[in-house]
Design a protein around this ligand. Structure first.
Ligand code: FEO
Length: 409
């Protein structure tokens, strides 16, 4: 391992990991690289580090390029240990450096590495930092692929440092994509599908944010630095994340029974979230609907959200009759989730989940969402006390997440 010049003042100081690397319950058969970057400006800056296993090697290598005490900034775009792992070793030597990251990133890094006494600079969308004759601009990119993530743009050099985004897991000693001897574009797409696709809407948001940037080089955290035709790699993300009109054929049914109208309000917000995700949505109020018609729509759909108010610790209206009738239908492979407003205890939601599970639905709950997308959230089952604005926002978010789960599984 050695440092390598990328362009004037910018050096690669990363690590090529040729092993079969365990990662997110996968084995990276072709290894990976941990790309850390040194910007040797008047206020020298490092962007991201390497996996913790290579801390010592990283520091030895970096020290060949610069005395760490000269560093003024350490930018951490993403806290996962393959990016921030060498931060404790680096921070110990770079005593004069401020750590630049998002608010959540700072909170996590302080706890992970006991850095409470270090000086952090918190950056938000569009903030700029002068690093001594050059400017870094930051964009928050939450959930790409974890909540605290951001990307960094070198304004004068037109280099985007997008951490995991636009990465490829491949161990290559050739830094640049125009020097690649292997076919890597399929690996690039596979990486997108595995890491980014569960967050499709966030990818769309990110693409919108970086649209204004003039990007000459994409310098990601893994795999090749994309200096040949970087726009093509942005286009691939655009294509893969864009669910075209003709693909929008996923259907979800929202059905509910309500006592005072609060569960109906939740259903309306769920519908907004589902439609926002690009899912065809049909809503039934069980008070006015024929059970046979509702059942038929559910059997034709990809998922169902069933809601009920809670009265005397039980479901209300025709909810239980509908759920019982679904036990005889072919629903294996469909997604289901429960929701409802309540005043005291909200047991109806649990009864609905029990019935859905017994009928054979795959239950979308917080565990399923975390397991399949890495998003740590508390949305399902959706239990909302009465119907305050916070609950309504949560319902809209829940609808969007349910829609994304249906679209991406
Ligand atoms: Fe490259 Fe999210 O770790």
């Amino acid at each position: 391992m050695n440092y390598k010049k990328i362009m004037e003042d910018i050096y690669w100081v990363g690590k090529v990991d040729n092993r079969k690397v365990p990662f997110h319950r996968l084995i990276l058969e072709r290894g990976t690289t941990y790309n850390s970057y040194l910007l040797k400006t008047k206020l020298p800056t490092v962007i991201d580090t390497v996996d913790i296993e290579f801390s010592r090697e990283y520091m030895e290598n970096l020290t060949k390029a610069i005395n760490p005490e000269e560093l003024r900034y350490i930018v951490i775009n993403h806290v996962e240990p393959d990016h921030s792992g060498a931060l404790p070793a680096l921070a110990a030597r770079a005593k004069n450096a401020n750590i630049v990251t998002t608010e959540l990133g700072a909170s996590l890094l302080k706890d992970m590495y006991k850095l409470h006494n270090r000086n952090f600079i918190i950056v938000r969308d569009g903030d700029e930092l002068d690093i001594g004759g050059k400017t870094l601009k930051f964009y928050e990119t939450p959930y790409l692929h974890t909540e605290e993530t951001m990307v960094t743009y070198g304004v004068e050099d037109k280099v985007l440092f997008p951490c995991d985004i636009f990465s490829t897991h491949i161990a290559s000693n050739e830094l640049f994509n125009d020097l690649a001897e292997d076919e890597y574009v399929e690996d690039y797409k596979t990486y997108y599908k595995l890491i980014m696709s569960p967050h499709r809407l966030k990818v769309r948001d990110m693409l919108e944010k970086i649209k204004e940037l003039d990007i000459k080089i994409i310098a990601p955290s893994h795999g090749y630095i994309l200096r040949h035709n970087p726009q093509e790699f942005i286009r691939i993300y655009d294509e893969l994340s864009d669910i075209k009109e003709e693909k929008m054929d996923k259907k979800v049914v929202v059905v509910y029974s309500t006592m005072t109208g609060n569960t109906a309000k939740l259903a309306a917000r769920l519908e907004e979230g589902l439609k926002g995700a690009g899912v065809k949505t049909t809503v039934f109020d069980l008070k006015n609907a024929e059970l046979a018609e509702v059942r038929e729509k559910i059997t034709e759909a990809d998922g169902v959200l069933i809601g009920s108010s809670t009265r005397y610790a039980d479901m209300v209206g025709n909810t239980e009759n509908l759920l019982k009738s679904l036990e005889n239908e072919e629903v294996k492979g469909k997604f289901g989730a429960a929701f409802g407003s309540f005043g005291w205890s909200g047991e109806a939601i649990m009864h609905i989940e029990d019935y859905l599970r017994k009928a054979g639905f795959t239950i979308i709950d917080n565990r399923f969402i975390l397991h399949s997308s890495g998003v740590d959230t508390q949305v399902f089952p959706l239990r909302v006390k009465f119907a305050g604005e916070e609950g309504m926002k949560l319902a809209q978010k829940a609808g969007r997440i349910f829609g994304e789960m249906v679209l991406t599984h």
